[in-house]
Write a new protein. Sequence first.
Length: 150
Amino acid sequence: MPRTFHELRHTNGNNIEAMVMYGLTDKQPDELTSLNRSWNFAPAVTDTKGCVSLGYEKRERAFKFAKTTGSVAFKLSASKEQPLENPAILIANWGSPDSTVTLKINGQAKTQGVDYQVGIEVDTDGSYTLVLWLPLSTAETVSIEVVGKK
């Protein structure tokens, strides 16, 4: 069983990089275990369609994808040991400055502004990345489908 706290360290010559999450909350320490685990032991990405998974970026607490065709769909295999806690999802190669999307979680349509937040990042080369934030906490596998405006 993985430890709850695991500090990631990289060494490169004389440099050491360590990542630790800090913040303020009104929650009790035992209520933060799921958040800690979601950051240190992110769920696996499976069953990608219309995209390529670029993995989980711990520095951004985000799952990263590159869109290849049409709609984007994937599963996040959450569990008690690898929970999903308010994930950020970045989809590169979005192809449009329009962030209007249809989002389905486990086949159910969600409402922007209520069930998720969305935006666009513009890179220095002018390419667009869709950014999604989901106020979602689960220890079960979740299927996600994102369809852009046609």
